[in-house]
Ligand binder design. Structure first.
Ligand code: AMP
Ligand code: FE
Ligand code: FE
Ligand code: ZN
Length: 285
């Protein structure tokens, strides 16, 4: 069991726990530090930090910006961002607004293909949070068109699914630059996936993509992640060394998904947290 978890979602995006509930859970588990990293939103940061102060657990302000590159999905985490930064607030609200129109188009596409879902219901499910495909999946489940959220992704709204609609164009480079301007440390989230034979498969050709992203301000990659085996972690640690990047990690906790790892279930060395903080202090100076 680790002491740190640098990747957690709340109701500010597609998590099921409110910021307060997430922090309470983390404290109960015995974590010392967590980062709140909601998709396209920093709205969960302040309430989580207030709860963290009450419960004696450090909450690192964060965000996860979902970007679209052709044929792949690239998520950029930002740590220690100034969550009151006007440009960051502006940009993330615009991304969230774009998500509303996109959810509407997904609802229309689903309705056209015989799996009608009510757009307003999707928004209701998302509540105050950044609306995303997990909310569409819930609506599909509720309407009885699928029997699980993962079926919703595999049949309809996965990257190659018939009802998939891209998010507003925002590139990984733009995300890195934005996060740096907001005083944050940009980190490439879950850099690899596995193919169906279990081989490591990158969404990007990492050895060629990382130097370019580094130029835009990227400072680290996520190396500790649920389901990443020892070989994958070694590969990512090596990649980080080669490219002079930090490593981070976390459970990507959303709450309430079947078989989901708990916060802290991915071991993140405290040394990595210290290095992250030191790097942030250096870019502030
Ligand atoms: P969005 O940003 O709206 O495109 O949604 C992306 C989010 O959907 C990811 O961050 C995950 O939380 C979730 N997600 C993506 N693929 C799957 C999948 N195959 N099964 C369940 N959840 C997924
Ligand atoms: Fe998510
Ligand atoms: Fe992600
Ligand atoms: Zn995430």
């Amino acid at each position: 069991m680790g002491e740190a978890d640098l990747h957690c979602h709340t109701t500010a995006s597609d998590g099921t726990f409110s910021p307060e509930e997430l922090v309470a859970l983390a404290a109960r588990i015995g974590l010392k530090v967590i980062a709140v990293t909601d998709h396209d939103s920093v709205e969960g940061v302040a309430p989580a930090q207030a709860a963290g102060e009450r419960l004696g657990i450090e909450v690192i302000p964060g965000v996860e910006i979902n970007t679209d590159v052709p044929g792949a999905e690239v998520h950029i985490l930002g740590y220690f961002v100034d969550h009151s930064n006007a440009e960051l607030i502006e940009a993330t609200s615009r991304l969230r607004e774009g998500r509303v129109g996109r959810a509407k188009r997904m609802a229309e596409a689903l309705t056209a293909m015989g799996a009608p879902v009510d757009f307003r219901r999707i928004l209701e499910i998302a509540g105050e949070g950044a609306v995303g495909r997990p909310h569409v999946a819930k609506a599909l489940l509720e309407a009885g068109h699928v029997t699980s959220s993962s079926e919703a992704f595999s049949r309809y709204i996965g990257r190659d699914g018939p009802a998939y609609v891209e998010r507003q164009k925002f590139t990984a480079a733009q995300a890195c630059a934005l996060l740096r301007r907001a005083g944050g440390v940009p980190v490439l989230a879950h850099p690899v996936h596995y193919d169906r034979y279990g081989a490591i498969k990158g969404a990007l050709d990492l050895d060629s993509a990382l130097p370019a992203l580094k130029t835009e301000g990227l400072m680290g990659i996520e190396a500790y992640y649920p389901r990443y085996d020892a070989i994958t972690i070694e590969y990512l640690l090596g990649l980080a060394r080669r490219h002079g990047l930090l490593v981070t990690g976390g459970s990507d906790f959303h709450g309430g998904r079947p078989n989901e790892p708990d916060p802290g279930s991915v071991h993140v060395p405290m040394k990595a947290v210290r290095r992250l903080r030191a790097a942030w202090e250096q870019v502030q100076a």
